[in-house]
Design a protein around this ligand. Structure first.
Ligand code: ADP
Length: 534
């Protein structure tokens, strides 16, 4: 059970909530199909299961198994068939959740095109394909279906389950993991949102109800939903586009139930075609909303960069200016500065110039990284010697901050890396230790694993709240904004980029008040120079 879920629900209520929703939607869909002939094109329980596993963790699987089994038995399947269908409904979401969390991280958010495309690919391939494949086997075993024509039936199940996931997972994960996106969505609602809603409902009525028989206009076609979903995705993001998807999906269900399906009515596979249409519509909306979000965040990052940079650059400049003015005034009054005072002022100037240099270097690096212009220059060298060099160079700074440095070089570790960038990675970690952990000891460790190497920097400083740990590696993210010596929030971002450019990763282990350990792990050899990351 992950922390996000335990913050929202206790584990057992989470299981019960998921089970109740799963059962209600499964039963509702089943009854609607059975009693009214309306074939709901979203298999919502698949979306509920996948969302619950992604938000609350894999601990919910027994609830899922039990609920699906009860549902399949109650709808009248004999036990072997119910068990097979249940296995499908469990295996698909479990595999999809496992792959998605593995590739995107423990708290997946739909904030980039990469995440979105990974979700669509996993959900369509591993997830829905597996669950619909096993489920259709259960249906056949239960002898409700003939084996002939199994492929289109399976395709229908597959699209049905995919649509359930597509409809529910992106918005539910946004609500659980991405509060900013929800706030932005709520703030963005305006009169145009009402227009999108009204046009979507109107189009549904004109295309999928008996009204479609009264107009023969070539202009009014379900393809107009693309216009509406693009409009909603651009202005209201993922949540807006999913609203149009929901309306279109309900429209298609009504149309199939009442026989009002324009254009392709009469074809034997018209349900399949309708489901495919809604799936393409939904993916289009999500792709556009993710692309817009990336673009908007890049613009916001640029604005943040300028405002932070000008604010942070001003601090050392103002301090330098004040000191220069004071010295000028004193010299103008004929006062002579003694050796000790002069030394103090020069040390102050030196510190401010160092700070300015660090800020400018970070700014240049981050703009190079963002533009994808960081090219590694791999060469073969011995890493523990480089670490010794950096530790020796940084020791005066750490000692000035009252930190003792502990470093025991291990046996030589040879590899192929970019010497300058690894130097920079360690400098950033050590200068953070000097800035945030004054008066406390710092340990630097280097360890070789089979094909990898790990650099660890451990301190006994103030530690970092677990809530903040995932964001500190992102651009401009700072925890202690008011810390006298904090920077632009770029140091750890650069550390992460350097590790990732080497094919590795970084993480932090920390508790408030108990210090922090930063881990940078990467392969022994960076085979091909990488040049683009942003
Ligand atoms: P900055 O330039 O602001 O230090 P970083 O990206 O290097 O930016 O660090 C991000 C945030 O992480 C900092 O604002 C600081 O609060 C926190 N941090 C970094 N290193 C440590 C550490 N060793 N101990 C405690 N907090 C740290």
């Amino acid at each position: 059970m992950n922390t996000q879920c335990t913050q929202i629900f206790r584990p057992i209520p989470a299981g019960i909530a998921m089970a109740v929703l799963y059962f209600l939607f499964a039963w509702g869909t089943y009854m609607l199909r059975k009693n009214t002939g309306f074939p709901p094109i979203f298999w919502v329980p698949n979306g509920i299961a996948l969302s619950a596993l992604l938000i609350c963790g894999f601990g919910l699987w027994p609830w899922l198994l039990l609920t699906s089994l009860v549902f399949n038995v109650l709808r009248g399947f004999p036990l072997p068939a119910a068990a097979i269908v249940t296995a499908g409904h469990l295996a698909g979401p479990l595999l999809a959740a496992f792959l998605f969390r593995r590739m995107v991280g423990p708290k997946p958010r739909f904030d980039s095109l990469r995440t979105l495309l990974l979700f669509v690919a996993i959900m369509l391939s591993a997830g829905a394909m597996l669950s619909s494949g096993i489920s259709i086997l259960g249906f056949k075993v239960g002898a409700w279906m003939q084996w002939s024509g199994v492929v289109p039936e399976w395709a229908e199940f597959w699209l049905n389950e995919s649509l359930g996931a597509l409809l529910l997972v992106p918005p539910l994960l946004t609500f659980a993991h991405d509060k900013n996106a929800v706030t932005r969505f709520v703030r963005s609602i305006d009169s145009q949102a009402l227009a999108v809603l009204v046009f979507s409902l109107l189009l549904t009525a004109l295309c999928y109800t008996p009204l479609s028989q009264f107009h023969q206009s070539v202009l009014i076609r379900p393809s107009l939903f693309f216009l509406l979903i693009i409009w909603a995705a651009i202005r209201y993001g993922l949540l807006g586009s999913n609203m149009v998807l929901l309306i279109a999906g309900i429209g298609v269900t009504i149309g199939l139930g009442t026989g009002n399906i324009p254009v392709i009515a009469g074809r034997a596979d018209h349900v399949l075609l309708q489901e495919a249409f809604v799936l393409i519509l939904g993916v289009t909306g999500l792709v556009i909303s993710a692309t817009m979000r990336e673009k908007n965040e890049a613009l916001e990052a640029r604005d943040t960069f300028f405002s932070l940079a000008s604010h942070e650059l001003k601090t050392p400049l103002t301090s330098l200016k004040l000191q220069t003015q004071l010295t000028q005034r004193q010299l103008g009054q004929g006062k002579l500065l003694d050796h000790c005072e002069l030394n103090k002022r020069l040390a102050h100037t030196d510190r401010q110039v160092d700070r300015l240099t660090r800020l400018v270097d970070d700014m240049l690096d981050v703009s190079r990284i963002s533009a994808g212009r960081v090219a590694l220059r791999p060469e073969r060298f011995e890493l523990s010697q480089l670490v010794t060099e950096v530790v020796t160079r940084m020791t005066p700074l750490l000692q000035q901050a009252g930190c003792t440095v502990n470093w025991q070089p291990p046996a030589p570790i040879e590899g192929v890396w970019d010497r300058f960038r690894l130097d920079q990675l360690l400098v950033n970690l050590l200068s953070n230790a000097a800035r945030y952990c004054g008066g406390k000891p710092v340990w630097v460790e280097l360890e070789r694993f089979e094909n990898e190497v790990e650099i660890r920097v451990r301190d006994e400083g103030p530690g970092i709240d677990p809530e903040d740990q995932s964001r500190i590696f992102q651009r401009f993210e700072r925890v202690a904004h008011d810390h006298a010596d904090s920077g632009l929030g770029l140091g750890l971002f650069i550390v992460r980029e350097v590790a990732e450019l080497h094919g590795g990763s970084v993480r932090v282990q920390s508790q408030l008040g108990q210090g922090s350990t930063f881990f940078a792990r990467f392969p022994l050899a960076k085979e091909s120079p990488s040049s683009a990351l942003s």
